[in-house]
Ligand binder design. Sequence first.
Ligand SMILES: Nc1ncnc2c1ncn2[C@@H]1O[C@H](COP(=O)(O)OP(=O)(O)OP(=O)(O)O)[C@@H](O)[C@H]1O
Length: 253
Amino acid sequence: MTPAVEFKDVTKRFAGAASPALDHVNLTIQPGELVCVLGTSGGGKTTLIKLINRLHDPDSGTVLVNGRDVSTIDPVTLRRGIGYVIQQTGLFPHMSVAKNIACVPTILGWDRDRIDARVDELLNLVHLDPAVFRDRYPAQLSGGQQQRVGLVRALAASPDLMLLDEPFGAIDAITRASLQDELLRIHRDSGKTFIFVTHDVTEALKLGTKVLAIDEGRIQQYAEPDELLAHPATPFVRELLACQGYTRDGRRG
Ligand SMILES: Nc1ncnc2c1ncn2[C@@H]1O[C@H](COP(=O)(O)OP(=O)(O)OP(=O)(O)O)[C@@H](O)[C@H]1O
């Protein structure tokens, strides 16, 4: 099977930085995985994500999506096929919820009826009643509701790949737990590949089919959650688990 995403010896160094943000990264992500990219601040998580949708380009090495070198794909075309969700949601404040969700389908030339049906389907998917929320503006939504709209906007044209960069970082614990459950369900039902950045071990272990631990621009471990808990591959992973209260047998101390 062609991997959904591959990094081949990828290095990214920002001007003036003492060390690279990503340092000779090799990584293969198979289709259908929900990969949680886990690490402390500044470790290179966001840089990794932005190299996939070409918000950054590598200094050396190759990033491939569905077997294609992304440097050969026009960035706008590439991004239309990749869902992208960030903490600040990026919703257009002057557009209604329905218009926000309809953005990519509109660009892709879907007809009105198909777009309307898709908007309603997506709002229902995240338990927002279309009759209530379609015509609201982002400022008229709570933080959790904005995040739900940001999530389904990225799903609107059913991209094969979803990139989510700490999407639930600013959400209270209860809303966050229900958003996580919704994300899990959406991932299972879609069968698509999701890459989800978080610094929260509990979130990564709950959501991930795989966890990618990263520090100082280097991959520390890429493993299933149980494997990561049972056999942390490096002192960094051991420390990360211990700091957030995880013991070796996977129980929170
Ligand atoms: N545009 C940029 N210009 C210069 N340095 C940058 C830029 N973006 C990131 N960096 C640096 O690259 C390194 C990795 O940053 P990155 O944002 O990937 O980390 P992160 O793991 O996502 O951190 P956080 O959890 O705090 O968001 C950091 O040292 C950061 O300061």
